[in-house]
Write a protein of this length. Sequence first.
Lengths: 447, 515
Amino acid sequence: MPKRFVLALAASALLACPGRSTGQEVFSRATITDDLPNGLKIITIPVQPSKVVSYYTIVRSGSRNEVEPGASGVARFFEHMMFNGTRRIPRAAYDAFLTRLGAGTNVIATDDFTAYGIVFTNPDSLADVIKTEADRVINVESTEDSIRAEGRTIEGENFAAVSNPDRRLFEILRAAAFDKHPYRRAAPVSLTDFRDLSRRHADSLLYKKRFYAPGNTILLIAGDINRDELLPLVRNYYGGWEASNFTLQAPAEPPQSRPKRAHIEWPAKTLARLAIAFHGPAYSDKVRDKAALDLLASAAFSSSSPLHHKLVLEEGACLSLGTNFPNTRDPALFVVTAVIKNDDDIPGVEDAILKELERLQHELLPARALAEITSNLKYAMADSLSTTDGMAGTVAFYLGLTGDPGTIHKLFNLYDKVTARDIQDMAKKYFRPENATIVTLKGGKAK
Amino acid sequence: MKASLKIHLSGIFLIGMAAWFISCFRENPNSLTSEVLQVNNYPLVSFRILLKVGSAHDPAGKEGLTRLVGRMLAGGGSATMTAGEIAARFFPMAAGVSLIADKEMTVFSGTVHLDNLEHYYALMKDMLLNPGFRQVDFDRLKADQLDFLEKTLVGDDDETLGKEILNLVLYEGHPYGHHDAGTVESVGRLTLEDIKVFYKEHFLQGNIVIGLGGGYPDDFLTRVLADFKKLPEGFTPGLDLPQPRAPRGYEFIVAEKRTPASAISIGFPITITKADKDFFALWIASAHFGEHRQPLSLLFQKIREERGLNCGDYAYLEHFVQGRDTFPAPNHSRQQQYFSIWIRPVANANRLFVIRETLRELKKLVAEGLSEDRFELVRTYLLNSTRLYAQTLSEHVGWQMESAYYGYMDFLNEVPYALGELTREDVNLAIKKYLNERNVFISVITEDGEGFKRELLAGAPSPIRYAGPSLPEAVLEEDRIIQAFPLDLKPDNVRVAPAAEFFRKAGLPGRPRGN
C-alpha cells in the first residue's frame, strides 16, 4: 500500500563528478552576512525546504585563550555557565524553555572556539529563541561560588574519561610536544585548575569581558528562516551588548629542537597504541601547507593507502591506522596513530610509519591518487552538508575557525591547486626527526 | 496488545520534496521484503539491507558467529575483489558498508552520492551476494573480535563494560544472554566453514528486507530486487524466546578492576515494546525519569545538577543505542525489552551513595508517579523532540524499517496522536503495571570488589562528603535520608568477579547462580 509521505530533506546543491577543478562548488548555499555596530556578526542561511531551524552562538574562544597564569580551565567553566541560567532567565526557566521546544542541543568545544547550537522544529519560536539565547551569552555569570560549585560538577564529569586510554595518550602527547602554547593542555582540565580559578575570580571576569563579547562572537542561523524578519529581533536583543576590543596574543611555540619520547603503562588490559607527532601548520585557506598535509595524510594513512593495506589487511599487525590533524587557529600537531595488536610489534610499526613519511619526501604522489583524495574529501563534505543541522554544525566549525563562511569554498579550491610537488615539499619541511614526539602505550596484565 | 495500524497524514512538516513511502508487505514468508523511500531529485541514495538474523540466532557454543559473518561481508572482500581492492574503490566516493549487529537483526548500511550510485551498488551487491570468505580475512577479523573481547571491551571504556555486563545478567540462560561478539572461548572455536554454513543457512530471501531511499532512478529498485531474488527462497523460523528471569530483590554483579571511578548500570526485563499500546504512556515515564542527555531527566537533576557527582544520569525504556547527536539509532528492534538506568562514573567513595539515591528515586517513581506539571512538560518535549529523530535520508529509511518491525505504517508520525490521547493517570497506571522498584539487577565496575561487597552487606549508612562550597540545606537533609536507604542484601545478592574474567566463557564468571 503506497503512502504519500511528506518529507523535507535539505538537499545540498552538490558536485556532479569527482576529480579536481571541476568548477563545482562543494558548498554553494547562499549565506548572508550582517554586522552590528558592536561587532557581532550574523550569518543566515535560509534552506527551503527545511523542517528545522539551527541556531549557533559561536564564541571564538577556547583553551587557546587561557593565557593568563592560573586561568587554565576558564573556557570550560564558561561552557558550563552557559547552561546555568542568568539573573534574568534562571536555569530552571532556561531548561524549561528548551524542553518545551523539544530542542536538540550541541556544544562544539575546541581549543579555539566554543559553539553552542540548538536545533528545533517550530520556526514560530524563533523570536523567543533569539531573546533567550541573547540573554544567555550576554549575561553569562561568573561568581566565586559558581566557580567552586561548577568545579565539583566538572570533577564529576572528568570521571567519565578515566578508563579511556586514547584520552590519556593525547594528554601525554600534547604535554610532551608543546612547551609554551596553551595547546599543551588537553581537556579535561583538572580540579586544581578550578581551585586556582576560584582564588582568581577576577581573571574569570576579565576572560568574560574579553572573549564573551560581540566582536568575538558569531551567530549562525540556518534552516526555515527569513533573514529580513529575524534581523530586527537580533538588533533589538544583541544591539546593547558592550563591545570589547581585546586582541589575543597567544604565546608562540618555539621550534622543537630535539626528538621527544614518552611511554604510558595502562593499568587495564588493552591493545597497544602508538602516536607519532610532528609540529605542523595552522589552518589556512590561502597558504598551502595545511591543505597539502591533509592530502598527504590521506595518501599515506587512509583506508585505501598502501601502508594501511600492509599493516592492517595483509600483515594484521594493526587493528587500525590513521591520522589526527585537526584544523586549528595556531600551529598544531600532525599525528599518525596506530592501534597495535601485539606489544612486540610497536617498534616495527613505528619504523614502517617513519619510512613511509621518509618515502613521501623523495617520491611524488601519482596524479590519480591526488584526484581520488580530493574526490573523497568533497564527497565526505557533501554528505555532512546533506541536512540543515548537519550543514549548520559544519559551517559553525569553519566559522569558529576563521569567521568567514566563504572559507569552505576557498579550502576546496586550495585542495584543487595543491600539487604532488607541494606535498613533497611539505613532507620535507615538517617531517624532520627533531620535530617529532613519539608516545607509546601498553596495556597491563592486571585484572 | 498490538497497536492498530493507523494512518495519519500529517502536514506538520514543511512540504518540499514529495516522496513515496512504500512498504512492500510480504504475503509469502519465503520471499524478499522492501521498505523504500524514493525522493525525486535528491542527490544521495541510502541503503539499509536488513537480515532478520542476529546474535540470538548464534548456535550454542558458537556465540559471536552472526557478528563475524557480518564483519566478513562488510569488511572481508568479495569473490571477485579483496578487502583492500574494495576499500580502494570505495575511497574516492567517501562511502562504505557499515554493520549494525544486534540480537535479532544485522544491517548493512551505506549512503552514496548519486554520481557514484552504480559503482557503489556493484560493490555492495558483490560483497553481500558473492562473498569471498577468504582464510586471510577470516583470520584477521576473528583475531580482531577476540582482541575486542579480551582487551578493548574490558579495558577501554568502563561504561560500555557496565552496560554489557548488565545485559549478561539480564538475559542469563536466554538467547539474548551473550554479547554480540560472543565469548573468547566460543570465537576461538569458530572456523571459516562455520561462516560459510551460516551464510548458506540464513542468507535467504525471506530473511532480507531491502531498505532503499533517495534520488535513485526509476528502474533501480527493480534491479536491486531482481539481484536479491537470486538468493534461495526460504526463511529462518522466528525466535521462540523464553521469558527472562526476573531479579530477586537487588541483585548486584560487580566487575573489579583498578579504577578511581565506578560505572553503574541498573535494569530489569519488562514485558512491553513499541508494538504495545501502553508503550507511549511508559515512554513519558522513562523520559521524565531519565531522558537521554537532557536536563529534563530527573536523575540528571538529582545526581549531577544538585550534587555534581558525575557527568549525567539517564533511563531507557528500550535497548538504547545513540545515533546522530543524542537521538536514538533505529534498527536495534527486539521482541523483548528491558528498562535500564545509566549512571555515569562516580568517585569510588560515592558509589554506594549514588546507588542508594538512584534506587530511592526509582522507588518514588513507582510509588508516586508523575505530577500533572511534569506529565505536560514531558509530553510537550516528546511531541517536539521526536520530530528531530529522522533528519538524514538514512535515518528516514531506518525509521521506516523500525516502524514495519513493530507493526506501524509510520511510528514517528503516530507519536503526536498516541501521546495526545494520554492522561497523567494513564502514565501512572503504566508505571505500576510495568515497572518495579524492588527487583532489579545492578552492575558495577569498581575497585576492591570484595570491600564493596562487605559495604553492601553491612548496610551501614554511606554518607557523602562534597568538595567545594556547602549545598543547600534541603539537599543535605535529603542526603541524610539517602545515605541510610535500606538495601537488605544477603551474600547471594552480590556476585563479584575480576573484570577480565567476563566474556571469556558463556554466562557470568564466578559461582553459577541457580535459577
